[in-house]
Design a protein around this ligand. Structure first.
Ligand code: G3P
Ligand code: CA
Length: 273
């Protein structure tokens, strides 16, 4: 039996290393410092979670509330960007606050716009994997703002160089991905999975999605899932892959990208630095 969908996949490319929330093992997650470090480390791509502030700015914050990663309290959606700008998003991690001159890049809230500027100035191709968080709550506003912003940077349409798009949008919500597909058909979408629902067990994904984002736990339990996803014509981007044995497993199974908190170590393990 031939797998016709398999032929739709482009030539195999090397395993891509994606920095999860930046080089978040070494620097406070989602700060400019974490992303700078990831670029210096040689990461192929940067992962970031985006949320809308009360006044409509997209900021890179993982949790619904700022409590864990800053010295403030409250939901991102109830705070304005100016409120977030007064908070310290770095000192919870290690000894950032002990330094004589605090490094603002390691303590300030990061807007998606600033991250796009960083990537534009990187001096080499750096891809972005942007995750929409709790998009259903906002009835499309997160996606709309995201596509507006990407449009301003020339990143929402087909890539100018005919290569693969440097940006992809990820979500656990198929509805969020569907909104992106309708408004920006050239942007690849990634369907994130914490568990595999029966309808995706054979490797098929929601309509229009060609990249699966399974948790490493799924792959540890069922390594054959990578081949089923590939055979159905999809790429496989696994998260969050930090342990050397998991990196090894992903490399052996031929996954397309792995999302990690420690890009430098993973690149070293893969013989790329
Ligand atoms: O890259 C996908 C992964 O980040 C999803 O989980 O909770 O870290 O956003 P989470
Ligand atoms: Ca994420």
């Amino acid at each position: 039996y031939a797998h016709p969908a398999r032929d739709l996949r482009p030539e195999r490319h090397p395993l891509s290393v994606v920095a999860h929330r930046g080089a978040s093992e070494d620097a406070p997650e989602h700060t400019l410092a974490a992303y700078r470090k990831a670029i210096e480390d040689g990461a192929d791509a940067l992962e970031c979670d985006v949320r809308l502030t009360a006044d409509g700015h997209l900021v890179c914050v993982h949790d619904r509330r700022v409590n864990r990663t800053s010295n403030g309290r409250g939901a991102v959606s109830s705070l304005e960007l100016a409120d977030l700008a007064t908070l310290d998003f770095g000192s919870w991690k290690a000894d950032v606050s002990d330094r004589e001159a605090p490094d603002l890049d390691a303590t300030s809230v990061l807007t998606l716009e600033r991250l796009l500027e960083l990537v534009a100035d990187a001096g080499r191709r750096v891809e972005l994997a942007i995750e929409t968080k709790h998009p259903t709550r906002w009835a499309g506003q997160v996606e709309q703002k995201l596509l507006e912003l990407l449009g301003r940077f020339g990143l929402a349409g087909p890539p100018s160089d005919d290569g693969p798009s440097p940006v992809r949008v990820m979500s656990f919500s198929a509805r969020s991905l569907h909104r992106v597909q309708l408004a920006a058909p050239a942007l690849p979408t990634v369907y994130l999975m914490q568990f595999v629902s029966p309808r995706h067990r054979d490797g098929r994904l929601p309509a229009g999605v060609r990249i699966a984002g399974p948790s490493i736990r799924i792959i540890r339990k069922d390594p054959g899932y990578v081949a089923r996803l590939h055979d159905a014509g999809n790429e496989v981007h696994v998260w969050t892959v930090n342990e050397p044995e998991d990196v090894e497993l992903c490399a052996r199974l031929g996954v397309d990208a792995l999302i990690t908190n420690r890009p430098r170590r993973v690149l070293t393990q893969l013989g790329r630095s």
